[in-house]
Design a binder for this molecule. Structure first.
Ligand code: SF4
Length: 324
């Protein structure tokens, strides 16, 4: 499960599960125990039908691979920044085999400014594993998906739901927040994702497969667009009329919210991003150019350069760094 900075993500043109879903019909067992609030499910799915965003990875005919790539890109990165990169990647590398064969330096260049560039290399490792072990097709089933490089609980569930139209407990930051407010009456979810939260998400999931897919899409979108962390727009929310415990209680403030946004300025993460930007631009960067980034903190420059090499994102060659 991703942490608190998990992505907001979009939803399709309407809440209906695409026609191909009926054909796919994966063998996913329906839940033995579900206590979904069916009125709330109806309300959220109906809301999504007119309010969900039209995002290309939700269109009819989009491959499981394309959806997997979108899910990885959307982790930690806003939709608006992902859109052009995803479209470019799909033109360049429409199948796992295409990405598997690409030069690593080109993969990192085309990742551009999506951040956390290790994700790009992990995606390529994932593509190679899909080619090697699954004949180039994204496997079905959360267990098989989680065995792929870089695919965790969230991505496996999301691909199962959105690509293969299976019943899966999808829990991202947006869904956590909506469930915390609507089902438990808390202003915010706990700082760390817990088994109790997963249990709540599992119990909130409709039993019927296609309805569960529609719920996952719709509730995620509700968290992204309406039930936002800082300014929930309850007046526009389909759950405000009896489906939200926190709203019904008068939106009490969190008991204690000691969360702080981590400062970015001056961090190693910022400098790693600056070095990667130089590498993407020129392919290599000299030690002198690196020192120009912060001559007052040379150890930091060295530390960040070394960490990029250790992560496989750069290669040291004499007095310079280059893309792998
Ligand atoms: S009523 Fe408000 S707090 Fe409750 S789910 Fe809707 S937007 Fe979130």
């Amino acid at each position: 499960m991703r942490g608190a900075s998990a992505p907001s993500r979009g939803a399709g043109r309407d809440h209906q599960v695409p026609a191909r879903a009926a054909r796919d019909a994966p063998e996913v067992p329906e839940a033995a125990v579900s206590c979904a609030d069916e009125d709330a499910v109806d309300a959220v799915i109906s809301w999504f039908a007119h309010a969900g965003r039209d995002l290309p990875w939700r269109h009819e005919g989009v491959s499981a691979w394309a959806i997997l790539v979108s899910e990885v890109m959307l982790q930690q990165t806003p939709v608006v920044r992902v859109l052009p990169r995803w479209q470019e990647w799909m033109e360049l590398w429409p199948t796992p085999a295409d990405l598997a064969d690409a030069p690593a330096a080109e993969v990192l260049r085309r990742w551009d400014r999506l951040g956390y560039p290790r994700r790009a290399l992990r995606l390529q490792e994932c593509a190679r594993a899909i080619v090697r072990e699954h004949g180039g097709e994204v496997p079905r089933g959360e267990e098989a998906l989680r065995a792929l490089p870089g695919i965790g609980e969230y991505t496996a569930a999301a691909v199962t739901a959105f690509a293969h139209h299976g019943r899966a407990v999808v829990v991202d930051t947006n869904i956590r927040r909506v469930l915390a407010r609507s089902r438990t009456g808390h202003a915010l979810p706990d700082r760390s994702y817990s088994a109790a939260e997963r249990g709540l998400a599992a119990r909130s999931l409709p039993t019927e497969r296609l309805r569960s897919v529609a719920w996952n899409q719709a509730v995620m979108e509700l968290g992204a667009l309406v039930c936002t962390a800082r300014s929930p727009r309850c007046a526009d929310c389909p759950l405000a009329a009896g489906g939200c415990a926190w709203f019904a209680a008068g939106r009490p403030a969190p008991v204690e919210d000691t969360r702080r946004r981590q400062a970015f300025e001056g961090t190693d993460r910022q400098m790693r991003g600056q070095i990667m930007a130089l590498l993407r631009r020129g392919g290599s960067v000299s030690d002198e150019q690196l020192l120009d980034l912060d001559r007052e903190d040379v150890p930091r420059v060295h530390r960040c350069s070394a960490s990029l090499v250790a992560d496989g994102l750069a290669v040291r060659e004499g007095g310079s760094l280059r893309l792998p």
